[in-house]
Design a protein around this ligand. Structure first.
Ligand code: SF4
Length: 454
């Protein structure tokens, strides 16, 4: 069968789609990038926010004409939404033939084979596993890739009251250090320059055979000599070990950038969210990280309008944002997720207009902070990993600094995607830096000509 996969949501889903492709290919199915030629269209979905649901429902509407043109076409839903909304998808959405949750991808080939050509037959497999980590499936990657993601663990045991992940991805389980290091070696042998270790709560990582910790794992991967950059996401603020901060400070190939999800700045709301840290503890962690890792950059996630949040409690969130100085923030209005503790026990009672007012003020503050932070980089020299050609102009490269700031700079002869280059930073917007190769005056003049495009 020819199978077309479309991925929504987080990096874990991108990684899972690579796993699904590898599993399907091992059963001689073919992955196609031409949707009109597909025998099966699989949407790998996300359930974390309301707009993720709307996107999928909208997409299903668009796929109707493919099904009309080819009645044998299978439409399948994978990922967190499959796990969370199985009944709804199978009973209310006529178009959907197959629903498969994140722990059942090894069964996907046989489910597809069983259903193919069977007309009205519908199947689902959403059992959550206690031990599936897919560590025996090394996903096939883009041969021209620069940054390779490795899922080091799956699931989460934290049960934050707003979060659907423990219900869609199950309980926490980790892969062995050995299997992760082997996958990292494979990526390096394929030419990858940067590796990002991925988990819902990486600080809880524990090798199931040796009990090695996340810090041990980071040390083992960073020991791989040809690896230029190592990143990770996401840690939980409650159990961020000092030993990890010290390792980051001491290793050149571990990037000096931390994603630390804040979610809210008020103690009562944090407790209601079951985040298990206070505002002061969060700020202390930021202060310690800044002390141990000079020039560290932070990013975060924030939710506004969690049930019962008052205006003055929201001002604590603004206060933490102001003090922490994140160079990037993912900010959302609270929306109820089916199955979560909050959806059962906390009515979504903050009026929409208040949520909108809060998110607007938060975004304004964040833009101002980013603007100042990025402006402060003007005149510095940054080591940048060249990641791609700009979509706006093929005369420009896009790269990332060690602190994960985006830099645009003119294409220069002899520099290619995957190179680490030294750039002089000449200009900044609130989201992007602009630079040129250190000492390359001609590149600087090209940058000035191109300025109008940015
Ligand atoms: S730690 Fe993260 S993934 Fe786990 S329940 Fe909380 S928000 Fe969800």
């Amino acid at each position: 069968m020819k199978i077309f996969i479309e991925t929504y949501g987080c990096q874990m889903n991108e990684y899972d789609s690579e796993i699904v492709s590898t599993i399907l290919k091992s059963r001689t199915h073919e992955i196609t990038h031409q949707i009109e030629k597909a025998d099966a269209i699989l949407l790998n979905t996300c359930a974390v926010r309301e707009n993720a649901y709307s996107k999928i429902y909208g997409r299903l509407g668009e796929l109707t004409h493919f099904k009309r043109a080819n009645p044998k076409l299978i439409v399948g839903i994978l990922g967190c939404m499959a796990q969370n909304l199985k009944e709804d998808l199978l009973t209310k959405k006529k178009l959907v033939d197959l629903v498969v949750g994140p722990d059942a991808y090894k069964k996907l080939p046989s489910l597809l084979e069983e259903i193919y050509g069977e007309g009205a037959k519908k199947l689902s497999e959403i059992t959550l596993s206690e031990d599936e980590t897919y560590s025996d499936v090394i996903p096939e990657r883009d041969p021209n890739g620069v940054n390779g993601w490795i899922a080091i663990m799956r699931g989460c045991d934290n049960f934050c009251t707003f979060c659907v992940v423990p219900f869609t991805r199950g309980r926490e389980r980790s892969r062995t250090v050995k299997s992760i290091v082997d996958e990292a070696k494979y990526l390096i042998s394929q030419g990858y320059k940067q590796i990002t270790l991925l988990g819902q709560n990486v600080n809880s990582y524990k090798d199931p055979e040796t009990n090695e910790t996340f810090t041990d794992l980071m040390r083992a991967v960073s020991d791989l000599e040809e690896l230029k950059r190592l990143r990770f996401t996401s840690p939980h603020p409650k159990d961020f070990p000092i030993s990890l901060l010290e390792l980051i400070a001491e290793r050149k190939n571990i990037c000096k950038q931390l994603h630390i999800p804040l979610q809210a700045g008020n103690d009562r709301i944090l407790e209601k969210m079951k985040r298990t840290y206070t505002k002061d503890e969060f700020l202390k962690l930021i202060a310690i990280a800044k002390k141990i890792i000079p020039n560290v950059h932070f990013s975060t996630d924030v939710i506004v309008g969690f049930p019962t949040e008052t205006e003055s409690e929201f001002s604590d969130t603004l206060d933490v944002m102001e003090k922490s100085k994140f160079s990037m923030a993912f900010m959302f209005k609270y929306s109820e997720r089916k199955a979560t503790f909050a959806s059962k026990y906390f009515p979504d009672d903050v009026p929409e207009k208040d949520k909108t007012s809060r998110i607007t003020r938060l975004v304004e503050l964040q833009q101002e902070t980013q603007w100042k932070l990025l402006e402060g980089e003007i005149g510095t020299v940054q080591e940048v990993l060249v990641e791609s050609i700009s979509r706006k102009s093929e005369k420009d490269f896009i790269g990332k600094t060690d602190g994960n700031l985006t830099v645009i700079f003119p294409v220069v002869k002899g520099v290619k995607i995957g190179d680490l280059v030294e750039l002089e930073i000449h200009k900044a917007s609130s989201a992007t830096l602009f630079g040129s190769i250190k000492g390359d005056a001609s590149a600087f003049s090209i940058l000035q000509e191109n300025e109008i495009n940015f």
